[in-house]
Structures are given as C-alpha cells and as structure tokens.
Design a protein around this ligand. Structure first.
Ligand SMILES: [Zn+2]
Ligand SMILES: [Zn+2]
Length: 284
C-alpha cells in the first residue's frame, strides 16, 4: 500500500518516561480476552490463542511497537497478526505505536467516526490541563502529546449499526466525554467489557498510584477529559449494562462484585469522586 507514506504522528509525539509495576505483564481475563500492560496503559487481545483470528484493541505508548508485537506473538504464535486494530479513542497513549503496527501487520484500524478527525490529522485534542485538581501526573500532563496523528486511509469508521468488525458477539457503545468519539466494546453473552478510558481502575492523576497501580475504580483521567456531563452519562450507561468483567485503559482488569459495586458507586458519586473540583474544563 503506497498510502503508508501518508501516515505521521503529531509534532509533539515522543517517548514518555512513565511506567508502572504492571508494565510488560499480561492477564488472561477470559479464554479469548487478554489484557497486556505497556508502561502505564493497557491493550487487549480478543480471540482464542488456538484460533486464527484475533483483534487488538488500542495501540500502546509511543515506541512500544516491538513490545506489542512480542506480546501478540507470545500469545498467538510467531508471525500471527491480528485482523484489525480497534480503537477506544485516539489519545497518544492508546495510539502510541499504531503506525509501526500498521506498517508491520498491514491491517486496518477502526474507530468511531467522531474520533476520525483526531486520527487523520484534522483536529488536535483539547490541551491537557495541568491545572486540574489532582497530583503529579496532572501537573506533568502539559507535556503529553495532544496533536492529531494522521493514519490517512488506514483508519475507517466503525459501522453505524453498532456491530464490530471481526467480532460478531461484540457491540460498540458510544461513551463520549473523555473524547468526542470514545467507545467501549461490550459482549452481552458473558458481560465482557473493554472500557478504554470511560472509567479506569487506577487514578491517573497521581504518580504514586500510577507507578504502584493502586486499585480504585475511577473516572476518566482528569487532565484529558473536556466534557464531564457526557463523561458522567457514559459511566452511567456502562454501569447499567452490569458488566461481569472489564478491561480498562489504565489499571488492572476487574470482575464480579468488585466491578459491580465499584462501577455503581462511581456512577452514583460521579460529581464528587470523578469530576474535578477545579480545572479549565469544569464549569464554575
Ligand atoms: Zn485517554
Ligand atoms: Zn488513556
């Protein structure tokens, strides 16, 4: 594909020296669901290791392509490539290695149509807010890339009818707020949820909590969330599904009563627990 030449990262793209105790680890959440940590962020593989088809959800941190390919081949076998990359959203820590992965695997990428401007070089994400209520990661977030990457014609919109390419049992669910076109992926038959950053299981604003991966079902990362009304509605939508287990964009997977209770509490107490008291995206 000659379209490869079109692809580029934003000007502010670069290695982010942040990591956690879970970096490089993988957890099998179900027979066909695997969560792998890249520094501070998670990717997911959907598909059974002994079957031919699988997909990758999200694409890790900048400069992590080799680690992701190694993890994929470790689970599915040498030379086995995913059928597609599905994106929950296009923040730098979820698309950090995507161009190298597309070039290596020659596979399509799918994202919500409202996310496409941020993936085709059209629009920058709102600037991260270092002044938002939170700890050291929030203060450092001004260094996080927010310029759009450009995947050209390698990225396509998810189908309007809610179906997910290559995953007939899954539906995508619009969970905007953290970004315009943020989606989660849900399988009703067993209650499997891949939530991206709609909610996470480590509070992302606090460096110590990120490094040690201190567990807490939490709202979306504050410094990067511009619409708290939509973000709250998205958490309520996910809680109403009563998922049985969840892989989130940050923090370890969660399941059962821990997930049910934590997600319901987050929905109920969203304005106090998740929404920051101050910040440039919070209305006074
Ligand atoms: Zn994000
Ligand atoms: Zn994230």
């Amino acid at each position: 594909m000659s379209a490869d030449q079109e692809m580029s990262y934003g000007e502010d793209y670069g290695f982010i020296p942040a990591t956690s105790v879970r970096s490089g680890e993988g957890v099998e959440v179900a027979e066909d669901l695997y969560c792998h940590s890249v520094q501070i962020v998670n990717i997911a593989f959907i598909g059974k290791p002994d079957q031919d088809e699988y997909v990758l959800v999200d694409a890790g941190m900048p400069h992590s392509a080799n680690a992701i390919i190694e993890a994929a081949e470790g689970r599915f076998g040498a030379g086995k490539r995913p059928s597609a990359i599905l994106l929950t959203h296009g923040h730098f820590d979820h698309v950090g290695a995507i161009i190298e992965l597309i070039e290596h695997w020659q596979i399509p990428v799918y994202a919500h149509k409202l996310e496409l401007p941020y993936l085709t070089g059209v629009k920058s994400y709102p600037e991260p807010d270092p002044g938002v209520e939170g700890g050291m990661v929030a203060k450092l977030s001004g260094f996080f890339p927010n310029e759009p990457i450009d995947l050209g014609q390698h990225v396509q919109p998810l189908p309007d009818d809610g179906t997910v390419p290559f995953l007939p049992d899954f539906r995508w669910i619009a969970t905007p707020g953290h970004t315009d076109g943020h989606v989660s992926f849900y399988r009703e038959s067993d209650g499997a949820l891949i939530a991206g950053d709609a909610f996470v299981t480590v509070r992302q604003e606090y460096l110590y909590k990120v490094i040690t991966q201190q567990f807490e079902i939490s709202g979306p990362p504050r410094y990067f969330t511009p619409d708290w009304t939509l973000a709250k509605a998205s958490v309520e939508r996910l809680a109403a599904l009563r998922p049985q287990f969840a892989i989130t964009g940050h923090g370890r997977p969660t399941a059962g009563e821990e997930l049910a209770a934590g997600l319901q509490r987050l929905a109920n107490e969203f304005d106090i627990a998740a929404k920051p008291d101050y910040g440039k995206y919070v209305e006074a």
